[in-house]
Ligand binder design. Structure first.
Ligand code: KIV
Ligand code: ZN
Length: 525
């Protein structure tokens, strides 16, 4: 008899963070992990500890702080990776998991690893045995599982289970699978490996979205016997991303008639909050028409639909927006709100702030409170984000002044302050001007001249953070400074030119403090 509890394994902080331009600092990861705990996911994959000191510390800190979910660290079947993962998840005690992976498909064996099947099995078994010395809870992933010969996959599953693995995750690493076929593969494994039937080990799936089928494949796998689904908030992840957590969970809940008896422990009312937080912390905006969490997911514009909804919501709405946490906005704050009110709202939004944090955020709150009538939750989130991004401010903006118009050559004058390298060194003030295709382009050109960087703007996104004509404008840029990596920068303000200059400078500062990021990109799976 199959157990029908479906475990949700969230890999936003590992696979999700592999998305170009999505890297998060420790503080940002911790805020996401806290929210994932409130969302009640079963497992948080917190990172890949061997990859950098930053990843190690993030996994270790999350393992120490977050109570409830299992905390997993990823490792290749390489002794130093497994040691790093074992040390990093140690503070989680019995709730620590090591997730080891090794490619098994013919194409990966021949072209990437240069190893025969027997050698792959030997390394996989040795990896699991080493991980078992640190934790009871070991997960093994045969990378590119969906393109592996099914009989070889059966052999690998049996051997790693005998070595102590209790979760076998079948990744569709390159998003190759289609639902019927993937479901058949999972059924085949279930029927060929007795430990899946006895419950000694469970099947997990990890689907990528290259053909837009990650959620469909995950659901087909659940019907075929998988009992853990690996996914990310907003579906972020390598290339086209991973299966989206909110879609998997809400499909099972909404179509309970099809996914009969399956239960997952996610608190769906925390979904929208989680989506917004991940979007802010990762700098990846959510597509407006994205299912469940996109701005338009519950917006009905056609008159016929609106009429139907008013008569009976279910005519055109299959998910109750309240079930996923839409519409829980509260009265906005104003410039008259005191520190205690701001602190209370921060707590309500789920942030754990020290007095120093609250003081800094309150100071920024007062600045925007003078310019805006109402300060909404989203405005506050922008302030929190600016505060916890923690990029050393080598360069900061003193002023930007632009001349523009349909009869003028857009020109910007920018004054920047360059911080001293040491505390004892004096800051330097510099000024320059630039012309460009528009006022933003002109301002960025002037910044490039002053900072001697040559950024190519790959993406520029502006959005009103909240409602009203005086809304804060939030600019997100993705910039290539010549090394092929995309660096994200964010800036907010009531003036969009100022916000754009701040966002670009934020990317410049990130680029200048990004040494650890460089080594990391080369090793990721
Ligand atoms: O996509 C993949 O194969 C992975 C593994 C490390 C599970 O992310
Ligand atoms: Zn993956």
């Amino acid at each position: 008899m199959k157990n029908n509890r479906i475990l949700i394994f969230d890999t936003t902080l590992r696979d999700g963070e592999q998305c170009p331009g999505a890297s998060m600092n420790l503080r940002e990861k911790l805020e996401v992990a806290r929210q994932l705990a409130r969302l009640k996911v079963d497992v948080i994959e917190a990172g890949f500890p061997v990859i950098s000191d930053g990843d190690f510390t993030a996994v270790q800190t999350i393992a120490k702080e977050i109570k409830g979910p299992i905390i997993a660290g990823l490792a290749r079947c390489v002794p130093k990776d497994i040691d790093a993962a074992g040390e990093a998840v140690k503070p989680a005690g019995k709730k620590g998991r090591i997730h080891v992976f090794l490619a098994t498909s013919k194409i990966h064996r021949e072209f990437k690893l240069g190893k025969a099947q027997d050698e792959i099995v030997r390394l996989a078994v040795r990896g699991v045995e080493q991980a078992k010395k640190y934790v009871d809870d070991v997960e093994f992933s045969p990378e590119d599982g969906s393109r592996t010969e099914p009989e070889f996959l059966v052999r690998v599953c049996k051997e790693v289970i005998a070595a102590g693995a209790t979760t076998i995750n079948i990744p569709d690493t390159v998003g190759w699978a289609v639902p019927g076929e993937f479901g058949e593969l999972i059924s085949h494994l279930y029927s060929e490996v007795p430990e899946f039937q006895s419950g000694k080990a469970i099947i997990s799936v990890h689907c990528h979205n290259d053909l837009g089928l990650a959620v469909a494949n995950s659901l087909a796998a659940v019907q075929a016997g998988a009992r853990q689904v690996e996914c990310t908030v907003n579906g972020i992840g390598e290339r086209a991303g991973n299966a989206s957590l909110e879609e998997v969970v809400m499909a099972m809940k909404t179509r309970a008639d099809v996914y009969k008896g399956f239960k997952c422990g996610v608190n769906t009312k925390e979904i929208v909050k989680s989506s917004r937080l991940v979007s802010r912390m990762s700098g990846l905006t959510v597509q407006r028409s994205k299912a469940i969490v996109g701005e338009n997911a519950f917006a009905h514009s056609s008159g016929i639909h609106q009429d139907g909804i008013l008569k009976k919501r279910e005519t055109y709405e299959i998910v109750d927006p309240e079930d996923v946490g839409w519409g829980q906005t509260e009265l906005p704050l104003t410039k008259h709100s005191g520190r205690a009110a701001v602190n209370a709202r921060l707590k309500h939004l789920g942030f754990k702030m020290t007095d120093t944090d609250v003081q800094a955020i309150f100071a920024r709150f007062k600045e925007i409170g003078d310019k805006k009538k109402f300060v909404y939750d989203d405005d506050l989130l922008t302030l929190v984000e600016g505060h916890i991004t923690e990029v050393p401010e080598t360069w900061s903006l003193e002023y930007v002044q632009v001349t523009t118009g349909n009869q003028a050559i857009p020109t910007a004058t920018v004054r920047l302050v360059k911080a001293g390298k040491k505390k004892s060194e004096k800051a330097e003030t510099m000024e320059d001007a630039g012309i460009g295709d528009g006022p933003v382009d002109a301002a960025l050109k002037a910044i490039d001249r002053l900072t001697t960087t040559h950024g190519v703007l790959k993406d520029y996104n502006i959005r009103a953070v909240s409602q009203g004509k005086d809304a804060l404008g939030e600019v997100t840029v993705k910039v290539d400074f010549g090394d092929g990596d995309l660096v994200t920068g964010k800036g907010a303000g009531t003036d969009v030119i100022v916000a754009s200059a701040k966002a670009y400078l934020n990317a410049v500062n990130r680029f200048m403090s990004s040494e650890s990021r460089k080594g990391k990109a080369k090793m990721q799976p």
